[in-house]
Unconditional design. Structure first.
Lengths: 446, 290
């Protein structure tokens, strides 16, 4: 095998990874699985603590140091909890659904590049399980399969609320996967590759989040929609559907759904990091230290996890801040805003790239092209009809639609009640001074 | 997962020789029969959702087989598009239709079994007739390296082919799909609202103009010390029941009907005209109700 591969001088990422021995692959698989589970335990706790801080509460603080072992205790409790299967459930599918939900989430981990080339026990390798020429599609495929778990779980429960949650989830994931897939197109155009490793390499001189800001923003929104998180957590909307698709689940199966949700969040946070925030590369001032020494060896794991935690914090922040969307608003946002905006943006950058890469376009021509484009946009914007002013035949009000108080309004210092109370107080004090210090305490108590 | 990239490289290096590794053979004999089982399961299972699930299995196995043939782009697109979108929509419709409505044994079309059998056999013959010679007479082409779009492999090579050589076919397919989607919308969509949608303010004004029965929303259920159920009626200022707060839905459930009938037989009558029954004071009425 190596004799074939040694012909090309610098071994590519895929070649090195394809050459991994079995034991190394096993180590990586176990490490990725452990990372997913640990991040889930951490995330649940972190989320509860951060949301608690946002709501002026303390959050979990009993189990373990500062309450950090709470979710571990919850997990163990869930594993030993009694399992209740509803009578109307379709038992086989009911059993299968949590498994389908959790497995693809972990599969998606395999294409995320955690770091550059290192040597593990003398074996040169990359901190990545596998580098496929279509790595980006693996994450999309995994989330497409993962939603089967939710949909089947809701259906197999044989109960109306979970079914409603399942239907919502199916529609939600299909529509937001389109927005997400389209926001990947710009990245792929610029990186010239679908492989996650090469996309990271392409961001050596600048993050795609800055270069392709609209794509980044759309990706972040659809990322939240794709993982069914607040404010897009319609499949499990507590106030409408009890618990949504997992209402009828208990014990370890419920825990698996939870695990799948959090691992999906971690995967998508890592995916966003890889696509838009330069992956495992050190952020700018750090990357200049020592000629990029922080971009080699095991350091990059730190940057990768750090950037991932940024996205995970964003998830928590959104949940602590925003109210849940109504279903039709959510669908309108996806289909009427995100998808068309994305399409326009893709056409734009495709045009810009075509002009930039073609050799027979001079700078002067580019400037003229740009000017014409801006002129067209301005002219088109004139065609947008003005919003009709609402006819107003009511009483004159202030800007806030509240009745206007008179301009010479005199606000009395004291209301009559307060005045009477103060008078009474003064009178009482006078009598107390006359009676002496000992009775004043009793008067206070009364 | 890495085995196919190794295999593809081997194939790319050796240029068209028929090399089938052990891993590939093994995977084929696992996923081939699984795909077949999925197809058979789809046909023979009675429950519609189970049937769809078997079809999902077949599609997934086909995706894996494409991966084995060192066509990773095709493989993952198969998984995303067919299992992720198409079958999900199928499931969506099946779940909306309900799980028990699929097993109708009445034949609507006359002689459809015979026709289906004839066409099936004909199609199978056609497929075998076309595919069988290709197994022997067409030499196997070396698959292009999926990591190298410049030589025509992977997504890049596919894209170049689609937008140059097969542009017309591609555009035709796109037009067909758009026409189908538009037709679906035109045939199935029916706008039930008459006139444009009213804004909140317009709705309020319409209410006060008397276009609706009430100006305010219907009163919600009452909440008392003895019960906070939706079935608890709201009270008017004089202590009597607000009739509009009684939910028709709840009053017409089997249990509610049974209780009402029980009361009628006992001669207790409807206890709603005295709200104090809800406060838990009068024990005789409480006893009758339960």
């Amino acid at each position: 095998m190596t004799s074939y591969l040694a012909q090309a001088q610098p071994l590519s990422r895929a070649d090195v990874l394809a050459d991994d021995p079995i034991w190394l692959i096993l180590i990586k698989v176990v490490a990725l699985f452990g990372f997913g589970v640990l991040m889930t335990l951490f995330m649940i706790n972190w989320e509860r603590k951060v949301v608690a801080r946002m709501q002026h509460r303390t959050g979990p603080n009993r189990v373990g140091p500062n309450g950090w072992l709470q979710s571990l205790a919850d997990g163990i409790k869930l594993a030993f909890a009694e399992e209740i299967i509803p009578d109307g459930a379709d038992r086989k599918v009911y059993w299968l659904a949590p498994v389908i939900s959790a497995t693809p989430a972990f599969v998606a981990f395999s294409v995320l590049p955690f770091g550059p080339q290192v040597s593990i026990f003398g074996e040169p390798t990359f901190l990545q399980l596998v580098d496929l020429p279509v790595g980006v599609l693996v994450v999309l495929a995994a989330s497409a399969i993962g939603v089967y778990g939710i949909v089947l779980g809701g259906w197999a429960s044989g109960s109306p609320y979970p079914l409603l949650g399942a239907l919502r989830s199916a529609a939600q994931v299909i529509s937001y996967e389109i927005a997400m897939g389209l926001s990947l197109v710009a990245v792929i155009l610029y990186a010239q590759s679908l492989s996650t490793g090469e996309i990271v390499d392409a961001q050596r001189n600048g993050w795609f989040a800055l270069l392709l800001l609209p794509s980044f923003l759309i990706f972040v929104v659809s990322m939240v929609g794709e993982t069914n998180r607040a404010p897009f957590d319609l499949p499990e909307a507590e106030s409408e559907l009890v618990g949504g698709f997992h209402t009828e689940y208990s014990s370890l199966k419920f825990a698996l759904f939870f695990l799948a949700e959090y691992v999906n969040m971690v995967v998508l946070a890592g995916f966003a990091t890889t696509l838009f925030l330069g992956g495992y590369m050190a952020p700018w001032p750090l990357s200049a230290i020592g000629g990029g020494v922080l971009n080699t060896g095991w350091w990059p794991i730190l940057w990768f996890v750090g950037k991932m935690l940024l996205f995970l914090f964003l998830y928590i922040w959104l949940r602590g801040t925003l109210p849940r969307f109504r279903y039709d608003q959510f669908m309108r946002l996806g289909w009427k805003v995100l998808v068309p905006a994305n399409l326009v943006w893709i056409v734009m950058i495709a045009g810009v790239r075509a002009i930039n890469t073609s050799t027979d376009v001079t700078t002067g021509q580019k400037v003229i092209f740009g000017a014409v484009a801006i002129l067209l946009i301005v002219l088109l914007s004139l065609l947008i009809p003005e919003r009709r002013a609402e006819e107003d035949d009511g009483v004159p009000t202030t800007g806030g639609d509240y009745p206007l108080p008179p301009l010479d309004l005199e606000v009395p210092k004291l209301t009559p009640r307060q005045a009477a109370f103060e008078k009474e107080e003064r009178r009482r004090k006078r009598t107390e001074v006359g009676a002496g210090a000992t009775t004043s305490k009793e008067a206070d108590d009364v | 997962m890495t085995s196919f990239s190794q295999a593809s490289m081997l194939l790319a290096q050796q240029g068209g020789q028929e090399v089938v590794g052990t891993g590939e053979t093994l995977a084929f004999w696992v996923f081939g029969p699984l795909a077949l089982a999925g197809g058979l399961g789809m046909i023979f299972v009675r429950n519609a959702v189970h049937s769809a699930l078997w079809l999902v299995l077949t599609m997934l196995c086909l995706g894996v087989l494409y991966l084995l043939q060192s066509a990773p782009f095709l493989g993952f697109t198969q998984i995303i598009v067919y299992t992720g979108a198409v079958m999900m929509l199928f499931l969506f419709v099946l779940m909306m239709a309900g799980r028990d409505s699929a097993d109708s044994m009445v034949e609507v079309l006359r002689g459809q079994r015979l026709l289906a059998a004839l066409f099936g056999v004909g199609f199978a013959a056609l497929l075998v007739g076309v595919l069988a010679p290709s197994l022997v007479s067409v030499p196997a082409e070396a698959p292009p390296n999926p990591y190298d779009p410049a030589t025509g492999g992977g997504a890049g090579g596919l894209g170049r082919l689609i937008f140059t050589e097969f542009l017309f076919a591609f555009e035709l397919t796109a037009a067909l799909l758009i026409v189908a989607a538009l037709a679906g919308i035109v045939l199935a969509y029916r706008d039930r609202r008459e006139g444009p949608k009213r804004s909140q303010r317009e709705l309020v004004e319409a209410r006060f103009r008397g276009e609706y029965k009430r100006r305010s929303p219907a009163p919600g259920p009452g909440v008392f010390a003895t019960g906070n159920s939706v079935a608890t009626p709201a009270l008017l200022p004089d202590g009597s029941i607000a009739p509009e707060s009684l939910s028709e839905l709840i009053e017409s459930t089997n249990t509610a009907r049974l209780i009402a009938e029980h009361e009628r037989v006992l001669g207790a009558g409807d206890s709603h005209d005295d709200a104090r029954a809800l406060l838990g004071g009068e024990s005789e009425q409480e006893g009758e109700r339960t």
